[in-house]
Design a protein around this ligand. Structure first.
Ligand code: KG4
Ligand code: ZN
Length: 336
């Protein structure tokens, strides 16, 4: 039995988890700072770092308490190395290094995006080859995996991430930060009255572009304002969501055509919480690829959390992929 204590602090959640054998959550404490960033309409990096500093020791204590464990039960310490905000990552990295040093435990540096994919391992066993769509605030990537920790990027956004586009459109509609969730709720109450372009949908590649779609919506709102016309916010949210989901689902189906041996498809990242995307992907796979098992994490594991970092780190532990105390935060860390 392997128990890993994992730390995640890449953005605006301070989280510490204790995971057994990469799949059983003994504890997963998440201290969110969203309330402190709402009034600024986005994450303020300096504020995020200060919150992580204030929270981290308490969150570590709570993780031990809830798991009914002590440091003696822990085989390794894992931490998100990147990508993320450098000042935020540094707090987690420093905490993890300190624990590893004092208690003489192996240290594992884990990629945040790998964590999002491995969130699904906390509910289901993974089988390969698998494909994953990562949709978060900073990333939109299609990943192909022949085995554990073997990542191949087969498609990615050329500009904005989906979550970023959601947050910016939502802000324009006066929704509080992070607006993605509120846009989703609003989208379920309207009809797709407005025309939003499906960027790159017909192009013969697996890449995305969300900046143009975001701008199209912004122009629609500005033009209406200039003409003194009112915009129906719910209908605009629905129009945007339908366009985004159609683009994502179309590219997923295209990717699966070129990789017919795929056994599982994993939806990953904060935007995996989106109801339109969850439904759209579920229906599309049931219709076109009924043999592919679709894994979508429960809502509590879609957003940033340390349990997913512990799930990915378990395989690094098995490979003895340890790092030393010279580990530094790497804000631009790539998956491959
Ligand atoms: O993975 P995540 O928690 O943090 C990053 O690693 O970026 O993703 C956060 C993103 C934010 O942009 C947030 O607005 C978006 O996920 N999000 C949603 C929904 N829930 C969270 N976007 C659309 N619909 C949702 N239901
Ligand atoms: Zn994330």
């Amino acid at each position: 039995m392997t128990r890993i204590l994992s730390v995640e602090s890449s953005c605006d959640e301070t989280s510490v988890a204790i995971i057994e054998d990469g799949s059983t959550i003994l504890s997963n404490i998440i201290a969110s700072q969203v309330k402190s960033h709402v009034r600024f309409g986005g994450v303020v990096p300096e504020v995020a770092s200060r919150h992580h500093v204030e929270q981290i020791t308490q969150v570590i204590d709570l993780a031990f308490e809830e798991a009914d464990s002590t440091i003696d039960d822990i085989d390794a310490i894992a931490v998100t190395e990147g990508p993320g905000l450098v000042g935020a990552l540094l707090i987690g990295v420093t905490a993890a290094k300190t624990l590893a040093f004092i208690h003489d435990k192996p240290l594992i540096a884990t990629n945040h995006l790998a964590g999002h994919i491995y969130a699904s391992q906390l509910e289901n066993e993974l089988s390969f080859p698998l494909m994953s769509l990562i949709v978060s605030g900073g990333h939109t990537e299609l990943i192909y995996m022949k085995d554990h920790l073997d990542f191949e990027i087969i498609g990615e956004t050329q500009d904005d991430a989906v979550g970023e586009a959601y947050d910016k459109v939502g802000r324009l509609l006066d929704l509080p930060y992070p607006a993605g969730k509120h846009m989703d709720v609003l989208a379920n109450t309207g009809v797709a009255e407005y025309n939003v372009p499906r960027a790159m949908i017909n192009e013969d590649n697996l890449d995305f572009s969300f900046s143009g779609m975001k701008s199209a919506v912004m122009n629609l709102v500005h033009n209406a304002n200039q003409r003194g016309e009112s915009i129906n916010h719910a209908n605009l949210a629905t129009s945007f969501q339908e366009a985004v989901v159609e683009v994502l689902v179309t590219k997923v189906l295209k990717a699966l055509e070129t990789h017919p041996e795929t056994k599982q498809f994993i939806l990953a990242g904060g935007v995996a919480a989106n109801s339109g995307l969850r439904n759209g992907l579920t229906n599309a796979l049931a219709e076109h690829h009924p043999d592919i098992e679709l894994l979508i994490p429960p809502l509590r594991l879609c957003g940033d959390n340390a349990a997913m970092i512990g799930a990915a780190a378990y395989h690094q532990y098995q490979e003895q992929e340890f790092t030393d105390l010279s580990l530094n935060a790497n804000p631009g860390l790539a998956l491959v």
